[in-house]
Design a protein around this ligand. Sequence first.
Ligand code: UDX
Ligand code: ADP
Length: 469
Amino acid sequence: MVVKVTSICCIGAGYVGGPTMAMIALKCPHIKVTVVDISQPRIDAWNSDELPIYEPGLDEIVKQCRGKNLFFTTDVEGAIAESEMIFVSVNTPTKKTGLGKGKAADLTYWESAARTIAAVSKTNKIIVEKSTVPVRTAEAIEKVLQRNCNTSGVRFDILSNPEFLAEGTAMDDLTAPDRVLIGGKIEGQEGTDAVASLVEVYANWVPQERIITANLWSAELSKLAANAFLAQRISSINSMSALCEATGADVSQVAYALGKDSRIGPKFLNASVGFGGSCFQKDILNLAYICECHGLTEVADYWYSVVGMNDYQKNRFVKRVVSAMFNTIRNKKICMLGFAFKKDTGDTREAPAIDVGNGLIEDGARLAIYDPKVSDAQIAMDMGAGMSNITTYKSHIEALRDAHAVCVMTEWDEFKSYDWGEIYGVMQKPAFVFDGRLILDHDKLREIGFIVYALGKPIEPFLRSAEGN
Ligand code: UDX
Ligand code: ADP
C-alpha cells in the first residue's frame, strides 16, 4: 500500500537537512515537517532570527513556514514517533581512527540515529537516507533497525535519496533540481510502494520526468560517483593550469575551448586554488576505499589521484607566493581575501584557505583574514595553533593595510567591486596579488601597479625573474 505521507521528521539540522526540509515544507503545505537535532544551540538558532547557516533565499522560506508546518526541536524521540517518513541527514565524516582511517565514512552518527528510530517506533516507518553514505549502508541500517525494535509487526522500508544540492545555490537547486534520485527495493511490492510514497512528496513541485527511481545500491553509488566526477573535472582543469603556466597558455582560454565541445560542456571547468567543501574529498576517499575493499586497487588509485592533484594545487599556490616574494615571506603581512570554501556560504569545511594558510604560516607569514560570512570563531577552530600568527578583520581595507600581498581564496563577488586603486595605496610595495580564483581584472590591476599572479595564466616577467625561470 502506498502511504500518502502527512508527517515527516528529519534527523540532523545541518546544511542538508535544514534547507531540504524548508523546501518540502514550502512546497507541501499539507505535510507537517519536523527537523530534529541533538544540538540545542543549533535548534535554538533555527528558531531564531539568525539561522545557523547562511544560504541565499533560505531565511525567507524558513520565516514563511516556521510555526505553520515547519518545526525545529531537540525532541528527537517524539518527532520520530509521530512521523510516517524519517529523513536521516546526520554527518558522516571521514573516519579519523581505526580500520579505514582517513578514507572510510564514519557511520557512528547514522547508527546512533538508527538505534533511536528502532527504540521509539511503534508504527511503520519509511526511512530515507539523505546523508552521503557508503554503498550498502541501507543494508546495515536495516539490520540495526530490525534487531533493536521491540514493537512487533513494525515495518521499516529504507530508501536512498541522495542530496545533490550545492551550498550557496541550495535553494535554487532544491526548487528546480536536475533530477531527484530515489533508490529502494524496487524488486518487491513493499519497496516499490515506499518509493512511490517519496515520489509523491517530490511530485508536489518536481516534474515527474526528473524523478528517477533506482535500486538501493545504484542510488547510493550514484551520489559518490557524481561527486567524484565533478571533482575530477576540477582536478583535470587544475592540472592544465600548471601546464599553462609552464608553457605560456591561458587556462581560461583552454577551458572555454574545451567547454564549447557539447560532449564536454562548460560547467565545472574553473581552475582554482583547489576544491573544498564537505563532500568532494570525503566522497572520493570513501569511493576509493570501497574499491580497495573489493580488491580494485587500480580503480582506487585512479580516484585517489584526483585528491592528490587537489593537494598539489594548494601546495603549488603556496610555493608561488613564497618564490614570487623573493623566497621569503617571514614576518610579511599577507592578506587572505575569503576563507569559505566557495562564495555565498559561511562553510569552511575542507576550504583550500586552511591548507594554504597553514603553508604560508609555516614559512613565517603573518596572516590577515577577511571573509564576509565566516565568523572569527570558525577561523580560530579551523586554524588551531596557527591563530597566534593570524588576525581576523571585519573590514577588507583594514585587512589589506600594510600588507605585502593579497591572496584571493574565495570567489566572493564583492572582491571584484573593491576600489583596487585605494587598496594599492594602503599596501606595501611591491604590492602582490595572487588570484587563486581568477575573478579579478588582472590587466587593470597591473595598470594600477600591482604584481599579479593569476593561476593558470601566463607568468609576468617580474615574477619569472623573481623565481629565476
Ligand atoms: C558539491 C556538489 O556540487 C553537490 O552536488 C553535492 O550535493 C555536494 O557537493 P558543494 O561542495 O556544496 O556541492 O559545492 P560545489 O559548487 O560543488 O563546489 C565544490 C568546490 O569546488 C568549491 O570549493 C568550489 O570553489 C570548487 N570549484 C567548483 C572549482 O574550483 N571549480 C569549478 O569549476 C567548480
Ligand atoms: P550536513 O552538511 O551533511 O548537513 P552537518 O554537520 O551540517 O552535515 O549536520 C549534521 C547534523 O546532524 C548536526 O547538526 C548534528 O548535530 C546532527 N546529528 C548527528 N547525530 C545526530 C543524532 N543521532 N540525532 C540527531 N541529530 C544528530
